[in-house]
Design a protein around this ligand. Structure first.
Ligand code: GRF
Length: 209
């Protein structure tokens, strides 16, 4: 069975939606560990309540390079069975730039959720960017992580209408509700072996195909 490691920094609501879906929908993946770079992340308590192991690798004041830090994460993932052979790593609000070495090690085995319809509005504050730009629609994207900023092959997207009176806060709330749907769906597709990567694209095997 595949083993899942989820990396968080804060609230952990996407992590929670994934963990709930694994239980409820019997997704064939073992939720092995939740790792936070922030000891105060609320998501840690949620994971513990749900019976999932947690680890903190504090990044603040870490003495060493980005790769030194990431090596610690890889050690902990491996210790919990989340390896480059049978692991899946989900970034869920993990507020750190990841080293190319870490990304390459888990190539095609690392997912991220971004709160915009990529390739629009990559980077930080995607919801604010959409409101300020005057976009009529925005949404969210689950994608594989590659070495660029929010550039990896797209797995699933969901659209949200931006109303004239939407603010960064109201839009974020609407997008988050969609995030909680598509991130677990993407994990399910991955765990069931239904995602094939072909260059920049992913081909999703649907039922009956
Ligand atoms: C979400 O908006 C996600 O799209 C972004 O960071 C936020 C994390 O929220 N990458 P949560 O910690 O999952 O509640």
């Amino acid at each position: 069975m595949l083993s899942l490691g989820i990396l968080i920094s804060g609230r952990g609501s996407n992590m929670e939606s994934i963990l709930k879906a694994i239980k409820k929908q019997k997704i064939p993946i073992n939720p092995a560990v939740v790792i936070s770079n922030n000891p105060d992340a609320v998501g840690l308590k949620i994971a513990q309540k749900m019976g999932v192991k947690t680890e903190v690798i504090e990044s603040r004041g870490f003495p060493g390079s980005r790769w030194d830090y990431d090596k610690k994460i890889i050690q902990v993932l491996s210790r919990h069975g989340v390896t480059e052979k049978n692991g899946l790593v989900c970034l869920a609000g993990f507020m750190r730039i990841i080293s190319p070495e870490f990304i390459r090690k888990y190539k095609n085995r690392m997912l991220n959720i971004h709160p915009a319809m990529l390739p629009s509005f990559p980077g930080l504050h995607a919801q604010r960017q959409a409101v300020e730009y005057g976009a009529k629609y925005s949404g969210c994207t689950v994608h594989f992580v590659d070495e660029g900023v929010d550039t990896g092959p797209i797995i699933l997207q969901a659209v949200v209408k931006v109303k004239d009176d939407d603010t960064e806060e109201t839009l974020s709330k609407k997008i988050l509700a969609k995030e909680h749907k598509i991130y677990p769906q993407a994990v399910k597709l991955f765990a069931e072996g239904k995602i094939r990567i072909s260059g920049r694209k992913t081909i999703i095997k649907s039922q009956g195909r």
